[in-house]
Design a protein around this ligand. Structure first.
Ligand code: NAI
Ligand code: CS2
Length: 482
């Protein structure tokens, strides 16, 4: 296989921390940083990044410092392998390592223009479309707002310090897989600010901007094989090295408070309305991922690639995307949804990515609404069929029971884990499904009162448990494969 190596072709000493990225995990390293690296390689400039992690990962940031801010991203599929050394990091910060004030004061720097976020869906501490003021972390941060621990508390205190320093507003850009992620980030930040100080909330509303984004690149958590491959290709260990697929897409709403990198020069789409792109990606890609993750894990498939190598799952994922998810989308000029679905199936089949089904099944309670419930609602409204969507939702309920079909344990990692474990322990069968359906944090009032929805999920769950997962899926395929 041909290995292509790319190193930073720009003057790194010119970089200033003009972007502060909170949540410097696998995805940010392989997506936002790569776009910026390409742009700097094209035209140089001073757009550097301060890499921040709030909870885990202090050691990885220290390793990044020791490597002079450099790390490697490997983009790979069966035929190609590109190792790109990324040079955009202009500093790192971890509040527990460096002290909270260093991070909060960084918001006041005159050169800072953008705070970008990949903090996972649960990092926004939402309840529906606004901030959950009963969230433990939010309550604690409102008690001590100048020493915040949540991302939302940090952003608001950082902006308060920026305002006090006499600087203008910032662009706060969510790059998480949430629908209308800009509006949600804004709602959370404003609600927290309002609870602290109405004048601060007004200042944020008037001077800051919260663009929505659609982000796409499959970046699994690093496993031992990928770490070994990175070491083999680069010749050294790399605590921040990451392996991902070659595909990459970024669509950003044209809504900035101040300057931004000229991302459009490296293929980023800057558009007036991101919503149709978000819906397409969150439903077709992420909806199919959640279907495969929960049902695949229960069946015993460890990865997405092994799931779509199984003809039942492959046919189901393609049918879900085409017949059920695409059918709920507004037409998007220049996008052929059939070709998009075919490309997604090919991307899922990338065997270089050991993308674990149990990783994607993490935090499903925060993913289900945008991925499978919104499409279900659309089908209920227009009377169209949603057999696989229903199986996907019931599949989550089956996954939660904690055992695969061979009796092996399945991990539960979810912001609602305690409540979910209580429900699992209390009952099974129809009562269990009803208890889950009454969880308002997942199923909103519309769905909770919809008897047709409840009946469809009950039926799907009963089929999964009586027939077994693959047979239940197969029976709902337009062209059964078993
Ligand atoms: P990761 O686990 O490698 O990194 C997550 C980062 O978020 C870490 O820095 C972690 O400390 C931080 N974090 C976790 N919970 C938090 C909380 N409650 N408050 C503040 N920070 C928190 O995960 P990865 O792969 O970087 O994904 C992060 C997010 O990026 C995803 O949840 C998703 O929304 C988005 N994304 C990921 C893609 C992927 O393929 N990995 C692709 C597209 C979007
Ligand atoms: C996945 C996504 O973990 C998950 O929930 O569905 O992270 C997925 O890999 C990305 O959205 C692809 O862009």
């Amino acid at each position: 296989m041909k290995v292509t190596k790319i190193t930073p072709a720009y003057d790194r000493s010119a970089l200033k921390p003009r972007i502060l990225h909170i949540g410097f995990g696998a995805f940010a390293r392989a997506h936002q940083m790569v776009y910026l690296d390409e742009l700097l390689s094209q035209e140089g400039g001073d757009w550097g990044v301060m890499a921040v992690r709030l909870n885990s990962g202090a050691q990885a940031l220290s390793a990044l410092d020791a490597a002079n801010g450099l790390y490697t991203v490997i983009e790979a599929d069966d035929d190609t392998l590109t190792a790109r050394e990324i040079g955009v990091i202009a500093g790192t910060c971890h509040p527990e390592r460096d002290g909270r004030d260093r991070l909060l004061d960084a918001f006041g720097a005159p050169d800072l223009a953008i705070v970008s976020l990949t903090i996972t869906e649960k990092g926004y501490c939402l309840s529906g479309h606004t901030l959950d003021l009963d969230h433990k972390g939010i309550k604690a941060d409102l008690d001590t707002p100048t020493a915040p621990k949540t991302a939302i508390g940090v952003i608001v205190e950082g902006l308060a310090r920026r305002r006090a320093a006499g600087q203008g507003g910032l662009t706060v850009m969510s790059c998480d897989n949430l629908p209308e992620n800009g509006a949600l980030a804004k709602a959370a930040v404003l609600a927290f600010a309002q609870a602290r100080d109405a004048a601060l909330a007004r200042w944020i509303e008037n001077t800051c901007r919260f663009p929505a984004t659609m982000v796409d690149r499959i970046v699994p958590a690093l496993d031992a094989d990928s770490a070994a491959l990175i070491e083999e290709v680069t010749g050294h260990e790399d605590a921040n090295g990451i392996l991902c697929e070659p595909f990459c897409q970024w669509v950003i709403e044209d809504n900035f408070a101040g300057p931004r990198p000229a991302w459009e020069k490296v293929g980023v789409q800057i558009v007036p309305d991101v919503r149709p792109f978000e819906d397409m990606k969150l439903r077709m890609l992420n909806g199919a991922h959640t279907f495969i993750a929960n049902l695949g894990a229960v069946t015993g498939h460890a990865t997405v690639a092994s799931s779509v190598a199984d003809p039942v799952f492959r046919a189901a994922a393609r049918q879900l995307m085409g017949a059920e998810q695409a059918a709920t989308l507004a037409p998007l000029s220049g996008v052929d949804l059939d070709a998009y679905a075919d490309a997604l199936i090919a991307r899922f089949g990338n065997a270089r990515l050991q993308h674990r089904t149990t990783q994607i099944a993490t935090d499903t309670s925060a993913k289900l609404p945008q991925r499978l419930l919104a499409p279900a609602k659309a089908h209920l409204a227009d009377g169209s069929a949603w057999p696989l969507t229903a199986l996907g939702i019931a599949g989550w309920m089956l996954y939660l029971r904690g055992k695969d079909e061979a009796g092996n344990d399945l991990p539960l990692c979810d912001p609602l884990a305690d409540a979910l474990r209580d429900i699992v322990a209390a009952q099974d069968g129809a009562e269990y499904v009803s208890a889950l359906l009454s969880l308002r944090a997942v199923f909103d009032a519309d769905l909770a009162h919809n008897a047709e929805f409840a009946a469809a999920i009950q039926k799907a769950y009963a089929e999964l448990t009586t027939k077994g997962v693959r047979a239940a899926i197969n029976a709902r395929l337009h062209s059964p494969v078993l």
